[in-house]
Design a protein around this ligand. Structure first.
Ligand SMILES: Nc1ncnc2c1ncn2[C@@H]1O[C@H](COP(=O)(O)OP(=O)(O)OP(=O)(O)O)[C@@H](O)[C@H]1O
Ligand SMILES: [Mg+2]
Length: 471
């Protein structure tokens, strides 16, 4: 049983479909032929019996009030009339001459009226005949009439019909086999292409491969192939993104790690350094370790695609933004921040992870503070029910840099001298997307950069108002 099952599992789908289709058609063809044979056979026999009954009636009419004996001896001819004879119930009444048809005890019983009429198949003078024995109703009593007709023509007809039906069956089975093979081949061709592509991808690990879709077809297999292509596209994107992240990360880590090694090597020969040199090298080492650590932490955060679901809660935006602005002010005391909360936004909530949203705000505020020149105009933070904007009065973002500021490790030419790795906005963008929000950068009217975080349309805005706050 299990062996047969294993064989079934191993047999290709195409073969199984071909066998199933051709087997079904072949079975139907053979069934129809067998049924036809049965009908023909019945009809031929029935017709012969009908002829015999008619012959018996005719013989009775032609031989009224006749005594026992042979009445017609035509049995050797193929066509009617049938040969006929009358036999008495009592053998003592038998005529002098011999009977043509066999007279037995059962014949006598029919003559005596104790047995119903019956048909017999027999061979007479080398010919197959069918005989009807029935009570003789042409006059007198206790006599049986026997009529016989050659049945070999019917038998030959049946033989010919059988040969013809067998030929039709064989042709039907052959055609069914060919048809089944063709149907399975044609019907499963897209599946075969799909399988071949999947196997090629598995073998080469190249997600750029796609399945050719026949234009204008919308059947199930084509739809499956289209979904498969979509899935491959996403896989390719994800593989490319992962490769780029790894390449970018290793490239970005190389510089600080080299500097770190240089300082570490320098400190290894600390005995040859003056205290001032040692102090400088060790503080540079500390700074670089800090840089590398935060870079690695940022990378780990970026590699994480989704917000952890258990930490999602309804975050009240106004307190979160207020806290972020206060923290930024504490970190950049020389920079002034102003916060405006529109009354309708005072109790706006957004489903999200508070720590991640804080991280997003810290990145935006950090950039604004970093690019605000000493003694520059305040950084303006505005929260409305639809969005949050952070605007500074620094150099702003050049139009040619605008499309790239959210790319990982992208830093505008002008800001290379400032600290940073170019991951902050990429991370902010990722957090925004994970919350269904959209983060965009603009050039503010009157100079400076403006970052806008547009909340998803479903953000809850209760009808409460609150006064504006400032830092
Ligand atoms: N407020 C801004 N004003 C002008 N340029 C900005 C501002 N914010 C970002 N940029 C430009 O976008 C680049 C990318 O910013 P991002 O925050 O991603 O990196 P970073 O601040 O350089 O480094 P990190 O945030 O990883 O420490 C910056 O290097 C800078 O060129
Ligand atoms: Mg930054």
């Amino acid at each position: 049983m299990s062996g047969r099952r294993r064989l079934k599992d191993r047999t290709p789908l195409r073969t199984r479909l071909a066998l199933l289709a051709s087997g079904t058609v072949a079975l139907i063809t053979v069934g129809v032929c067998v049924a036809s044979y049965a009908v023909i056979r019945y009809e031929l026999g029935h017709q012969l019996d009908l002829q015999l009954t008619q012959a018996a009636t005719l013989a009775t009419q032609q031989n009224r009030d006749e005594g026992p004996g042979v009445k017609d001896g035509e049995c050797r001819y193929l066509a009617a009339p049938a040969c006929a004879q009358i036999a008495p119930a009592d053998p003592a009444d038998d005529p002098k001459g011999a009977y043509l048809l066999p007279v037995t005890d059962t014949t006598r019983e029919v003559a005596a009226g104790t047995r119903a009429p019956y048909y017999t198949n027999l061979t007479l003078q080398g010919h197959r005949v069918r005989m009807l024995t029935t009570p003789y109703t042409g006059g007198g009593r206790d006599k049986a009439l026997q009529v016989a007709l050659r049945s070999d023509t019917a038998a030959r007809g049946l033989r010919q019909a059988t040969a013809l039906l067998a030929a039709i069956s064989a042709a039907g089975v052959a055609l069914a086999a060919a048809g089944g093979y063709w149907i399975s081949r044609r019907g499963l061709a897209p599946v075969a292409r799909l399988t071949a592509t999947a196997e090629r991808i598995a073998a080469t690990r190249d997600a750029r491969t796609r399945i050719d879709l026949p234009p204008g077809r919308r059947d199930e297999v084509t739809r499956l192939a289209a979904s498969f292509n979509t899935m491959l596209g996403e896989l390719e994107d994800s593989v490319t993104a992962r490769r780029r992240l790894v390449a970018d990360a290793s490239h970005e880590l190389r510089t600080p790690l080299t500097a770190l090694r240089t300082n570490a090597e320098l400190l290894a020969r600390a005995d040859r350094l003056t205290p001032a040199q040692r102090e400088r090298a060790s503080s540079a080492l500390g700074r670089q370790i800090h840089e590398v650590t935060s870079l690695v932490n940022d990378l780990i955060e970026l590699a994480r695609d989704e917000e952890p679901q258990p930490l999602v809660e309804d975050v009240a935006l106004a307190p979160l933004v207020t806290h972020a602005v206060e923290a930024a002010h504490a970190h950049w005391p020389q920079v002034t921040f102003t916060l405006t909360v529109h009354p309708e936004a005072a109790s706006t909530t957004l489903p999200g992870v508070p720590s991640r949203l804080s991280r997003l705000l810290a990145n935006l505020l950090g950039n604004a503070a970093k690019f605000t020149p000493p003694g520059g105009a305040p950084v303006e933070v505005t929260l409305s029910s639809r969005d949050l904007t952070v605007r500074d009065h620094g150099p702003g973002i050049a139009p040619e840099d605008l499309p790239y500021v959210f790319d990982r490790f992208y830093r505008a030419e002008a800001s290379r001298a400032l600290p940073g790795s170019g991951l902050g906005l990429a991370m902010a963008q990722q957090i925004a997307r994970a919350h269904g929000a959209e983060l965009t950068a603009e050039r503010a009217l009157g100079g400076g950069a403006l970052f806008r975080l547009a909340f998803p349309p479903a953000t809850a805005v209760p009808a409460a108002g609150a006064p504006a706050a400032g830092t």
